[in-house]
Design a protein around this ligand. Structure first.
Ligand code: ADP
Ligand code: MG
Ligand code: ZN
Length: 733
């Protein structure tokens, strides 16, 4: 059916409230409505949903939308129902979460022909009764969303997706539109083949996200590096991805303890907590969500300012999808990934239990990730090339490699050697194998193929395997070489590569970056890194203690109120020279306190540093998570949210006294909590004032026992403890 563009625009406005189409949307919709197949490659946030929602509303019959995520489906259905106020039959979803009554309603609406959009999970589509039902319904078209799930080479393969074509044939044929945001040329070809829509018109928008900045960092002290980054970017929203649930928990705790509002998200949390944590992130109650890749699908938060990969992703598709969640509003979006080869080995180990074919694919995808991470080329160029797109500029100005370019060399001869080798072999081989031959390293593979005897074996032995790997990789980016789609990963020379071999010319290449080996997880002992184990400067420490005594005397305060011992120790480790550094880098020193007392201390330190020519570490003290501190983090977060202490205690199965002990431990480790909401409700203000005054004027240390001994005749223990916490947080910490 031909569609009137005027009607389309009208519906766009009335149903969706938009004034115009984005990108190729209109062309796609018209193509589909005219009864053709379509294949849409559009980056996340590009507006793929509209490409099937709008035609579904204007075409005759019901559109079947196949989508892998139940949560997503529900959102979309609710949104569409919202357009048609008061009438809910226009869109439905069909999945295993429906009650019998809901199911019946869906069936009736479908048979009455009022439902324009039906969202189905692939599992539900394979069910006999659903197929039977849909045979009775007029289908306008099928939309296969997240179509990369079809391919084993995609990052989210789902076997049921491979049955879609045969089910479509069972129900009734209708046009098919497949949509995805991540697809390498290999995955694209798999999708078209599997859905048998090779005739589909391909609508491909550029995958370039110009506002995203890409960077790969050496994974050395990543926790510390991340916290430093977060402190430099206070209040910004971001996601930190970790591979394991355990790491997610640890990282979220570490951040909370270091004063960053962060919550965990992973599939091991119960649904309620997950939903809550997600909501708190969306509503900006917390700044950072630490998550496994379970988080982010279908999340449309426009102002995510950074995406950090604590662990290297398993594939570039995954990486691109996840980084794609940054800067959807077109503003700042920083994508930082930590990389060490140890992590790659760990990932390879995980794969060992899997079927061989899956391992092969997994390894290949991982090797692409390694190539990306280690490359010194423009990251944007690498990424776009991976998805089959050329990036024409030489310097994108928004990736680490473009901002800090490495010296280039003329790789004309090297590239010729690679192409020569490829042409001399009767079969195609993988990048690693070719690199091994050229560098003359004998392996089981080279032996079994008798490649050790090749004339070109060791022809480039001045360089190592890595060097040759980088040359081949760049040959691919430059289109002199390519990867075989059918036998993915095997390298061949393209016509322009052969032409190059005939008439070689200068090509500027770069060697890969080098990274440190990376640390073993077991060796990563955070508590050791935490306080430096008192490994500060003893001379400075005694000078600071003298100073503290003088200052306290002058102000009629107890010395411990001015700065605590741990704070002084931190000063002897990080040598703060400004009040800002003092409050940022030393535990128990807030901004207020730094301003109140800090000046003579930083002056003394500055003089000391200069006289003794001390090289200051560019560092801060990382507050570590004590073992078994699950309660600790929960408590900090709960107090942040101003929950009643009784509720917090009962949620963790603690007595009130035990809870206070936990809070005291938190406070004595230098973290501040604000209990005023609770204290002002529970305690008489006069009592608070009197106990507070005692701490300020009479206490000689922060000892709880001393306080109770001195005050227990007049006040309840609970009151003393609460006010002491308040005092420590406001005055001492
Ligand atoms: P994708 O599925 O490609 O990731 P969505 O379909 O979820 O993207 O759309 C991304 C965002 O773009 C949504 O917030 C959507 O409301 C918005 N959007 C889609 N089409 C238009 C349009 N024509 N004009 C304005 N905003 C649009
Ligand atoms: Mg989508
Ligand atoms: Zn670049």
């Amino acid at each position: 059916m031909a569609v009137d563009p005027v009607i389309l625009h009208e519906k766009l406005k009335t149903f969706f409230g938009y004034d115009g189409f984005k990108g190729d949307q209109e062309a796609i919709i018209r193509h589909l409505a005219e009864g053709n197949n379509a294949f849409v490659l559009m980056p996340t946030g590009g507006g793929k949903s509209l490409c099937y929602q709008l035609p579904a509303l204007v075409m005759e019959g019901t559109a079947i939308v196949i989508s892998p995520l139940i949560a997503l489906m529900k959102n979309q259905v609710d949104a569409i129902r919202g357009f048609e106020a008061g009438y809910s039959g226009i869109a439905h979803f069909l999945n295993s979460s429906l009650s019998r009554q809901q199911l019946q309603e869906v069936q009736e609406d479908l048979l009455r022909g009022v439902t324009k959009l039906l969202y189905v999970a692939p599992e539900s589509l394979t069910k006999e009764e659903n197929i039977a039902l849909l045979r009775e319904v007029k289908i306008s078209f099928y939309a296969v969303d997240e179509a990369h799930c079809i391919s084993e080479w995609g990052h989210d393969f789902r076997p049921e997706y491979r049955k879609i074509r045969s089910i479509v044939e069972e129900i009734q044929l209708a046009p098919i539109i497949a949509l995805t945001a991540t697809a390498t040329p290999k995955v694209q070809s798999d999708i078209l083949k599997n859905l048998r829509i090779q005739d589909a018109r391909v609508f491909k928008s550029s995958f370039n996200r110009p506002n995203l900045y890409y960077e790969v960092r050496d994974k050395v002290e990543p926790e510390k590096d991340i916290i430093r980054f977060l402190r430099q970017n206070p209040g910004k929203s971001g996601i930190i991805y970790c591979l394991s649930r355990k790491k997610v928990e640890e990282m979220a705790q570490l951040l909370s303890i270091n004063g960053i509002k962060a919550l965990p998200y992973h599939a091991g949390l119960d649904a309620k907590t997950r939903a809550e944590n997600q909501d708190l992130f969306l509503m900006e109650e917390v700044d950072v969500i630490v998550a496994t890749i379970a988080f982010g699908m279908g999340i449309d938060k426009p102002d995510v300012r950074f995406v950090i990969h604590y662990d290297i992703p398993k594939s570039i598709e995954g990486y691109y999808q996840e980084t794609g969640r940054a800067g959807r509003d077109g503003q700042e979006g920083r994508c930082i990934t930590y990389y060490s080869y140890k992590d790659i080995q760990k990932l390879e180990k995980f794969m060992q239990g899997k079927p061989v074919s899956e391992q092969e694919i997994g390894k290949q995808l991982l090797s692409e990730t390694v190539a990306y991470a280690e490359s010194s080329q423009c990251r944007r160029k690498l990424l776009l090339n991976y998805f089959g797109e050329d990036y024409p500029q030489d310097n994108c100005g928004a990736c680490d490699n473009c901002l800090h370019p490495k010296a280039r060399f003329n790789g004309q001869e090297e590239l010729c050697l690679v192409i020569e080798l490829i042409q001399s072999l009767p079969e195609r081989f993988k990048l690693e194998h070719l690199a091994t031959i050229l560098s003359g390293v004998s392996t089981a593979m080279t032996k079994s193929y008798r490649h050790d005897d090749l004339p070109l074996f060791g022809a480039g032995k001045d360089h190592d395997v890595r060097f040759w790997g980088a040359v081949i990789h760049q040959g691919i980016i430059l289109h002199y070489l390519d990867k075989d789609i059918e036998n993915y990963g095997l390298i061949f020379a393209t016509p322009s590569g052969l032409e190059f071999l005939e008439h070689p010319h200068e090509v500027m290449l770069v060697e890969d970056r080098t990274f440190s080996e990376g640390e073993d997880e077991e060796e990563e002992d955070l508590s050791a890194a935490a306080h430096g184990g008192g490994g500060g400067d003893p001379v400075l420490l005694s000078m600071l203690k003298d100073l503290r005594k003088d200052v306290a005397r002058g102000l009629h305060l107890q010395p411990w109120i001015v700065f605590s011992d741990p704070a002084l120790e931190d000063m002897t480790i990080v040598y703060p020279l400004t009040l800002k550094e003092l409050s940022e880098k030393c535990q128990g020193v807030g901004e207020g306190k730094a301003h109140k007392f800090g000046k003579p201390f930083v002056d003394l330190i500055a003089k000391y540093v200069e006289e003794n020519e001390i090289e200051r570490p560019d560092d801060f003290v990382l507050r570590s998570v004590a073992p078994k501190s699950g309660n600790k983090v929960y408590i900090i977060q709960a107090i942040d949210r101003k929950l009643d202490l009784e509720d917090i205690a009962s949620a963790r199965g603690l007595e009130m006294g035990e809870l206070l002990t936990e809070i005291e431990a938190i406070v004595s480790s230098g973290t501040r909590v604000n209990l005023n909401y609770y204290i002002s409700e529970q305690l008489d203000p006069e009592v608070v004032e009197e106990i507070y005054a005692w701490f300020k004027e009479e206490a000689t240390s922060d000892s709880l026992q001393d306080a109770i001994a001195a005050l227990e005749d007049e006040y309840e223990e609970m009151e003393i403890r609460l006010v002491r916490i308040k005092f420590l947080c406001e005055v001492v910490n």
